[in-house]
Design a protein around this ligand. Structure first.
Ligand code: SF4
Ligand code: SF4
Length: 78
């Protein structure tokens, strides 16, 4: 089983909580604004992500998800 990590960019208000709590320092805030005018979080170093889901739990806007997928399947386009 593999996993898809997704941040819904246009739900993110750029509060930075996920950036602060990530134990592996994977996340940063983008320098590009989203549809709401905020600088959203993104995985700057996805190869370091251990899928601990602390960021998902912390996000007050439920903008981050980790979902299971079959090994052979790609992550869905969003
Ligand atoms: S799942 Fe864990 S390691 Fe990956 S970005 Fe979120 S907090 Fe960081
Ligand atoms: S915690 Fe949620 S709203 Fe805040 S920066 Fe991270 S993804 Fe965006």
């Amino acid at each position: 089983m593999a996993y898809c990590y997704h941040i819904e960019l246009n739900r993110c208000k750029g509060c930075g909580l996920c950036v602060m709590v990530c134990p592996k320092k994977v996340l940063e805030l983008s320098d590009q604004v989203n549809n709401m005018g905020y600088f959203p979080a993104y995985q700057a170093r996805p190869e370091d992500c251990i899928l601990c889901a602390i960021c998902c739990t912390m996000c007050p806007d439920v903008a981050i998800s980790i979902t299971e997928k079959a090994d052979a399947e790609p992550c869905p386009d969003r």
